[in-house]
Design a protein around this ligand. Structure first.
Ligand code: PRX
Length: 645
């Protein structure tokens, strides 16, 4: 990794940007020295409050207690919709681009507002009340924005499950949050293929005794199975619903949503975000990180099933009154120029995507980019995993014609919004570095003993102070929240990533330091995949690790030990793949499965993942000390049978 190459701030960007270098430096300093004054000013500037807060911040990290703007009252949907009506009621809030390039829709702020009010009444008619959890299992369609904001309007807590997750994964999430209402689509399109959302929803619902209502959005309009008494047609319910729905007055610390994400152990955790701090942080980062200006057409390609979709397709942009583009499809359908075609078609000026998409499109060649204009672009963004300098350069030179700064944004589901990032008018760029902290964010590097590292060096990335967008708990398991994020290094929030800090104070994220994988920007726990594999009757044991993958960033390498007497066959590999797909999702399918006669274990029985990672990475020279293994011979056997992509 080279940190020699520097792309200085472009004067033409700095001239009109919200912050130049000096402006950033000064405000950053204030945000650290006088956090309460700083955040109070921002909260007043970005949000409409129905009742002022009494206390900007109170926190106790060792107890995992964090509260922002206590006593303050507001409603998220009112901030994203109602307050815009007088000024920008007829402005487009959402541009929708279908999987099929001939399909598009536009919704103005007023239209979105009306639909949200109606759907809020639909939810109420189903008995949904403030604090109830509503599960949302939808593709990227405008109705997703409607139902999400409708939940926020009545104070229901949404739990969005990525539409690519299996029925079993959906079931687990419905049960964990005890949702009584599930919202799904009949079907959706992805890359020209049909996704059977309702069939999955039916399968999940059948195993959720407390689930009473399934609201089905007619997207393809095809015939689907129907369970009278439980299933409700979105179209019909909307027709019958009353038009007015006052926004529920919410406390700043009332829950807004739960979003499940993978940890290094156990089942996925329901990360809980609250109302005031989250919205402020999403809106503020959206405006400053992307240098959002009135009139911009803004496109974040993330799915609403992930945190990036929550914060930067919906909440941040809509709170700022922006025009946000929602895309149903995939980057390569009908051809690998789709992103650039959409950018030209809708004159997108800010574009935010993931390194894995860039690498995949890079592999298709420049010709797919060259014939499009992309002149409307001003700012490019990257999120989800470290962007390798080659992909960065291609994004910068080929996609952005060396005109547009790239903001490489580091953050997580738990952080609610972007924490480390360049600001377009303020920060010189280094390909591969997420650069500097956002306002109010105080990163630090620790060594393994928890000692602070000063100056340049590499260590464990932590945050020493809260920011408003920080998660408040894990739903139903506060002890796990405390333990995971605040237990190991008391006084810090532990992000789970490693990082290097260079002589300019720039951060270079080196990747997860735990057993979490980042596959095409999707976060997956090795434990989840292992649990799925060992469900098979022929499997004795499984260990999953990541390995460097040219497109996905990390690929999934599974070592599988079969029961005595069972022979590993391709047919068995297929059965295991089906199992993983059914238990989790196609995104969790191992790229490589190796039959392992045995796994390297310590004498106390702990699997030595470090060794498995090295073997998967083809790095046999630095296996470290293997003499402590119960049976050192297994290592040679694994190396001898190592498989390649
Ligand atoms: O490892 C980091 C990586 O993605 C993890 C968070 O995943 P998730 O909660 O699914 O949220 C993804 C979208 C915010 C982090 O712990 N990550 C995210 N962005 C970057 C990154 N790694 C390096 N550079 C980034 N810009």
């Amino acid at each position: 990794m080279s940190d020699e190459r520097i792309y200085p701030v472009k004067p033409e960007i700095a001239a009109s940007a919200h912050f130049n270098t000096e402006g950033y430096r000064q405000l950053y300093e204030q945000s650290i020295n006088e956090p309460e004054i700083f955040w109070a000013e921002q909260a007043g500037a970005f949000l409409d409050w129905q009742h002022p807060w009494q206390e900007v911040l109170s926190y106790d990290y060792p107890k995992g207690e964090i509260a922002w703007f206590k006593g303050g009252q507001l409603n998220v949907s009112a901030n994203c919709l109602d307050r815009h009506l007088s000024l920008r009621g007829d402005q487009i809030a959402i541009i929708w681009e279908g999987d099929d390039p001939d399909q598009q829709q536009q919704l103005t702020y007023r239209e979105l507002y009306h639909q949200v009010c109606k759907f809020a009444n639909v939810l109420k008619a189903q008995g949904v009340q403030k604090g109830d959890r509503v599960c949302i299992y939808l593709p990227m369609i405008t109705e997703a924005a409607v139902v999400i904001l409708a939940c926020a309007r009545i104070g229901a807590v949404h739990s969005i499950v990525f539409g690519g997750f299996s029925a079993d994964a959906l079931r687990d999430r419905i049960l964990d949050a005890d949702c009584r209402v599930l919202i799904c689509a009949d079907e959706s399109y992805r890359g020209g293929k049909i996704v059977h959302s309702k069939l999955n929803a039916d399968k999940a619902a059948a195993q959720c005794p407390n689930l009473q209502t399934l609201i089905v959005i007619e997207h393809t309009g095809h015939e689907i199975p129907w369970q009278a008494g439980r299933d409700i047609s979105y179209r019909q319910a909307m027709q019958a619903a009353a038009a007015e729905c006052p926004a529920e007055v919410m406390d700043a610390e009332d829950p807004l949503f739960i979003l499940y994400t993978s940890g290094s152990t156990g089942k996925p955790k329901g990360v809980l975000h609250t109302t005031g701090g989250y919205l402020l942080y999403a809106a503020m980062t959206h405006k400053y990180v992307f240098d959002y200006q009135e009139g911009d057409i803004y496109w974040c390609t993330a799915d609403i099933g992930w945190i990036t979709g929550h914060s930067y397709v919906l909440y941040g942009p809509l709170c700022n009154g922006a025009t946000s583009l929602m895309f149903e499809g995939v980057p390569t359908y009908p051809s690998p120029d789709r992103f650039w075609q959409v950018i030209d078609k809708h004159q997108v000026s800010i574009f935010y995507t993931a390194p894995t998409a860039i690498r995949a499109l890079m592999a298709h060649g420049e010709a797919h980019v060259g014939h499009t204009s992309r002149q409307s672009l001003r700012i490019l963004g990257s999120v989800g995993e470290p962007i390798n300098p080659e992909a960065w350069e291609w994004y910068y030179q080929v996609v952005g014609n060396s005109r547009c700064p790239i903001v490489d944004t580091w953050w997580q589901t738990e952080t609610g919004g972007i924490l480390i990032t360049p600001l377009p008018g303020a920060t010189d760029l280094k390909p591969g570095s997420a650069t500097l902290p956002f306002f109010g964010v105080q990163p630090a590097l620790l060594d393994h003993d928890g000692q602070i590292l000063e100056g340049p060096g590499e260590g464990i990335l932590v945050l020493s102070h809260p920011w408003p967008g920080q998660a408040r708990t894990i739903y139903g398991d506060h002890a796990r929240f405390v333990d995971t994020y605040f237990g190991k290094y008391p006084g810090y929030y532990l992000a789970g990533d490693g990082a290097r800090r260079d002589a300019d104070g720039y951060y270079w994220i080196t990747g997860r330091i735990d057993d979490v994988l980042n596959v095409s920007g999707h976060r997956l726990g090795t434990a989840e995949i292992e649990s799925a594999l060992v469900l098979h009757k022929d499997v004795a044991e499984a260990a999953v690790v990541g390995f460097p993958h040219p497109i996905k960033g990390q690929g999934i390498y599974a070592y599988v030990t079969l029961n005595v007497g069972v022979t590993g066959t391709d047919a068995l590999k297929k059965e295991l793949a089906v199992l993983v797909k059914e238990e989790i999702s196609a995104i969790a399918l191992p790229d490589i499965m190796q039959w392992a006669a045995g796994l390297p274990k310590t004498r106390s029985g702990k699997i030595m993942r470090r060794i498995l990672r090295k073997i998967a990475a083809n790095d046999f020279d630095n296996l470290g000390d293997i003499s402590t293994l119960a049976d050192p011979a297994v290592v040679e056997d694994l190396i001898a049978h190592r498989l390649h992509l």
